[in-house]
Design a protein around this ligand. Sequence first.
Ligand code: PLP
Length: 429
Amino acid sequence: MNASIDRNQTLFERAQQTIPGGVNSPVRAFGSVGGTPRFISRAQGARMYDVNDKEYIDYIGSWGPMILGHGHPTVIAAVSAALQSGFSFGAPTEAEVIMAETLTRLLPSMEQVRLVSSGTEATMSAVRLARGFTGRSLLIKFEACYHGHSDSLLVKAGSGLLTFGHPTSAGVLDDFAKHSLVLPYNDITALEVAFKEHAAIIAGVIIEPVAGNMNLLPSDPAFLQGLRKLCTQHGALLIFDEVMCGFRVGLSGAQGHYGVTPDITTLGKVIGGGFPMAAFGGRRDIMQTLAPVGAVYQAGTLSGNPVAVSAGLVTLQLIQAPNFYTELTQRTQRLIDGLNLAAQKSGVAFCAQHLGSMFGMYFADAIPKNYADIQKHNQTRFKQFFHAMLDRGIYFAPSAFEAGFMSSAHTAQDVDATCAAAAEIFSTW
Ligand code: PLP
C-alpha cells in the first residue's frame, strides 16, 4: 500500500471516532465516489498537499473562496496586520464600513449590506427578511439549488444532499417545509403556475442564478427575466443567492452577467478570501426592516470579524485589477477546451462548460439544461475519472454534483497538465 494512502486512511479512521463521518462537512467524506478523503496539511498557489506530502492541482479552491489561489502574499500581509490589532471586538470597525461600501459599489442592487459569518447565515437571514418585509409566508426555491442548511432551505437542496441521495433532511419539520415550494429550475411555466395559485402568500423566490450545487448549470436568461417580472408584478422579493457565483462569474456577479436586478443578494466564499465571512444586502427600504432599525431580528457575535474582513477586503481589491477576470476566464476556457478535445479524440461521452471561473464537467453527450438532464449523466464514469485524476495529482470535487473552480494562481502549464492527464485516462476507456 502506498504510504500516502496509509496516512490519509489512518487519520480518516481516527477522525471517525470523534467526528461524525470523520469530516466537518459531508461532501468532504468522499461518500459518493468512495475511497479515502485526503487530509490536507498545507496549500500554496494552485497546489494542495496531503498529510503525506502528495501534491495536487486544486480545482476546488475550498469550494469557491480561493479565487486568488492559496496563501496569496498580499492577503497574508493584510491578515497578519489585522491580527496584530486584535482578533475580535464585538464592536463596529472602520474596515466593516469599507467592506460595506465596497460591496454596495460593486453590486449596486445592494444599497445596504449586513455582514455575517457563513453563506448559510446569509441565506437564512435573507429569507427571514423577505418574510418579515412582505408579511407573507411562502418561499419558492428551485430543485437542487443549495442555499445552505437552514430549515426553510433544506428542501430538495443540491450538493451534499444530492450526493447522498436525500432530497431533504431529517429534522426539518413538515410544518416548516410546507412553507417552501420547490419548482424545477429553468422552467418558466411552472413558475407562472405557482404565482397564479399562490401569489398572495409568496414572500420571495430564492435562486442560484448560476447554479453550482448540481454541477454547473447557468439559468436561461429568459427564465431569469421572467422570474424578475413575476416577482415585481406580485410584490414578492427576488433573492439571488450569489454565495457561490458572486465574484466568480465576474466582478458584477450573476446579476451583472444577466442584467437582472434582485431585491436581495446573498454573498459568501470569495468575499471572505478563505475566512468565515458572508453577507446579505439589498434595497434600502428592505434592509431598513432589520434590527436595530426594524423588526426583523438578526445578529452575530463574530459578524464582521476584523481578521475575516481584512482578508475579504484585500481579496476584493485584487480581483478588481485590470484584466483579472479576462485572464481567469481565459484560463478556465483553456481547461474546458482541453478536456472537451481529449474526450472527443477518444470518443468519450463527456462535455464541459464554464461561466467565468466556475466550470462543470458532465459524463454525457450534451450540456445539461436542467436538473433532470444532470441526473442522467454517467456517474460511474465520473467516479472512475475522479479517482484516476486524483491518483495523478489532480483534485476535482469528490461529487458529480459540484462545480469546479479556477484560481488566478493556476498557470497554463497546470491546465495543460490537467488536460493531458484527462486525455490519458480517456484513451484507456
Ligand atoms: N448558498 C450557496 C449557493 C452555496 O453554494 C453555499 C455553500 O456551498 C451556501 C449558500 C452556504 O454557504 P456556507 O457553506 O458558507 O454556509
